[in-house]
Ligand binder design. Structure first.
Ligand code: 2P0
Length: 328
């Protein structure tokens, strides 16, 4: 047995929303993405996770929002940290989201990013942001992005061992003030999680090869629009990537339909706002919530319009947020 256990450590990581979407894996075991992605880290949605390693505990225990959950998937991830640190103590993990879990608000992104940082520190490791991103990716692909704040690019990588499949920041949160209005249309967990949905699409959508082939062009166009602070091009590319993703999901057999009636109504409301002169664009992930992207001066109006859409239960506003950090 190597190092003695140290005190529990608490970390906060923020959720993120992809503007150019990730979907599909080039290696399931290492969780290597088939495509790169570009995301924004959100200030308003986060996970706090406390991890302690304890001598004498027989198994890992994990609570999310005060409720005990099956620790098995987390044990696999904690094993990566234990192997690196040379310890075999079991962990006590307690995690809280300040938003609904498993409903298309990227709780796996903030959750695994917070677990990577708190767990590695609690095990006595001091990992670089890049190494944390590679670690977090093995919990959830989108979690690799939540290690960083602002606007973030995740690299697909080419190496078989995944050492070049990590995220890095393109812009810090304060370099371009953007806001997101999240329209919540369903508070329940989604029926098909992303990992399961993606494994279906690899083999079954006729569109999958085209999705992978064109991803580098979409990423390059988005990178250029971000560098130019060209909001309308960023928004148009984000909406296009969202609809392309959902076309891919819909074309699996059986098709994955993540939208409900309010999701579709909110998409139309956003396009009507845009036609009437408000620069606002939507994006939607593997769930029914709609995220509207706009400049801060338009946020109040966008939120007011979305709140009136039939079936929208609530709205949340967020600016761009920081990368994963320690709270202790
Ligand atoms: C994204 N999504 O880029 C895309 C768009 C959902 C739709 O990344 O299997 O939970 O754990 O790597 O990270 C959600 O997928 O999937 C996701 P795994 P993850 O945000």
């Amino acid at each position: 047995m190597a190092a003695a256990p140290i005190s529990p450590v608490t970390a906060r990581a923020h959720s993120n929303i992809a503007l150019i979407k990730y979907w599909g894996k080039r290696d399931a075991a290492l969780n290597l993405p088939a495509v790169g992605s570009i995301s924004i880290t959100l200030d308003g949605l986060y996970t706090d996770t406390r991890v302690g390693f304890h001598a004498g505990a027989e198994r890992d225990s994990v609570d999310i929002g005060g409720r005990k959950v099956d620790a098995a998937p987390f044990t696999r991830f904690l094993d990566l940290i234990r192997a690196r640190a040379g310890i075999d103590y079991r962990a006590r993990v307690e995690s809280w989201n300040n938003f609904p879990t498993g409903a298309g608000l990227a709780s796996s992104a903030s959750g695994y990013a917070a677990l990577a940082l708190a767990g590695s520190r609690a095990a006595g490791l001091d990992m670089s942001p890049r190494a944390l991103s590679i670690l977090a990716r093995q919990g959830s692909g989108s979690a690799a992005r939540s290690i960083f704040g602002g606007i973030v690019e995740m690299h697909r990588g080419e190496a078989d061992d995944g050492e070049d499949a990590y995220a890095e920041a393109l812009l810090a949160a304060n370099e371009w003030p953007l806001e997101v209005v999240v329209a919540i249309t369903d508070r329940n967990s989604k029926a098909v999680n992303s990992t399961t949905g993606m494994s279906a699409i690899d083999t079954r959508s006729d569109y999958y090869d085209a999705w992978v082939k064109h991803a580098p062009d979409d990423l390059a166009a988005m990178r250029a629009a971000i560098a130019a602070r060209d909001f309308e091009t960023v928004g148009a590319l984000a909406e296009m990537s969202c609809l392309k993703l959902h076309g891919l999901m819909l074309s699996t057999r059986p098709g994955l339909i993540y939208w409900n009636a309010a999701t579709v109504a909110a998409m139309h409301a956003i396009r009507e706002l845009r036609d009437a002169g408000t620069p606002v664009y939507f994006t939607i992930d593997a769930g029914p919530q709609v995220k509207a992207l706009c400049a801060p001066e338009h946020t109040a109006r966008v939120a007011a319009v979305l709140a009136q859409v039939p079936g929208v239960l609530d709205t949340r506003i967020s600016g761009l947020g920081p990368g994963a950090h320690l709270l202790d």
